[in-house]
Ligand binder design. Structure first.
Ligand SMILES: Nc1ncnc2c1ncn2[C@@H]1O[C@H](COP(=O)(O)OP(=O)(O)OP(=O)(O)O)[C@@H](O)[C@H]1O
Length: 250
């Protein structure tokens, strides 16, 4: 479980996050949604420590991550898997080397153990036998899957994903969403996904927070979303005629 309490983030005179509190439960897909510039990625970065909040605190289980120094944070950091936009794979490394990268960095496992783990993760994302390919030889969807394999290599308790579907076709997006959903359930991870993909919201949104102008404007599940009267959320989710028509059938 992750708890964020009254998170503020200011860049210069730009107040991006204005007092956001939320609880992200274990074994759930927690989605952060909102319009462009509403502060989603900034919030994600504040949670994992890539940004320091201007004010407020982040707790992993009962532990106050915000108040820890770099060394104190290491045990929690090693339990965090991340998949950020464009997959961030190392182009000069093979698929296998990419997945083994965190294992090389953070564990004392033998080469054979690391390879075993890489193979297990590759199989889990349906990329068995792609070990020796380089990222340039992969499709966008395959890169995302390698990114997920690398993110779960350390058997993380927490998974953070920023825009998993960007640049993917709708069918491949669903494959990625299903994968995130399945591994979250299987490994009982606390997963936090930033997305503006409505298929993801409706498909895997166990728990959703909607940001508007740097504030938590609405909170609920994908089942609640069709029945909310929150104007800004409705304008955001049901912006297209297609979504409006779908809503009327719900
Ligand atoms: N490192 C930074 N320095 C200064 N301003 C920043 C920085 N990172 C983000 N911002 C500002 O914070 C605001 C929110 O950006 P953020 O990327 O969090 O939004 P977002 O909701 O994720 O948007 P999008 O959906 O377009 O990716 C923007 O005004 C952006 O310019």
């Amino acid at each position: 479980m992750i708890e964020i309490k009254d998170i503020y983030k200011t860049f210069g005179d730009n107040d991006v996050l204005k007092g956001i509190s939320a609880t992200f439960q274990t074994g759930k897909n927690n989605l952060i949604i909102g319009g462009s510039g509403s502060g989603k990625t900034t919030l994600l970065k504040c949670i994992v420590g890539l940004h320091e909040p201007t004010k407020g605190q982040v707790f992993f289980e009962e532990e106050n991550f915000t108040d820890m120094d770099f060394t104190q944070r290491v045990p929690i950091r090693t339990q965090i898997g991340m998949l950020f936009q464009n997959s961030a794979l190392f182009d000069s490394m093979t698929v296998e080397q990419n997945i083994m990268f965190p294992l090389n960095l953070f564990t004392k496992q033998s080469a054979a153990e690391k390879l075993d783990r890489a193979n297990f993760c590759l199989e889990r994302v349906n990329l068995k036998d792609k070990n020796k390919l380089f990222p340039s030889e992969l499709s966008g969807g395959m890169k995302k899957r390698v990114g997920i394999a690398r993110a779960i290599a350390m058997q993380p308790k927490y998974l953070f994903v920023d825009e998993p579907n960007s640049g993917l076709d709708p069918k491949t997006s669903i494959v990625i969403d299903d994968l995130i959903n399945d591994i979250t359930n299987e490994y009982q991870m606390t997963t936090v996904v930033v997305t503006h993909d409505m298929n993801s919201v409706m498909g895997i949104g166990d728990h959703i927070i909607f940001l508007h102008q740097g504030q938590k404007w609405w909170e609920g599940s994908n089942k609640d979303i069709a029945h909310t009267y929150n104007k800004e959320l409705n304008d955001f989710v049901f912006a297209s005629k297609f979504m409006q028509a779908a809503k009327e059938k719900l």
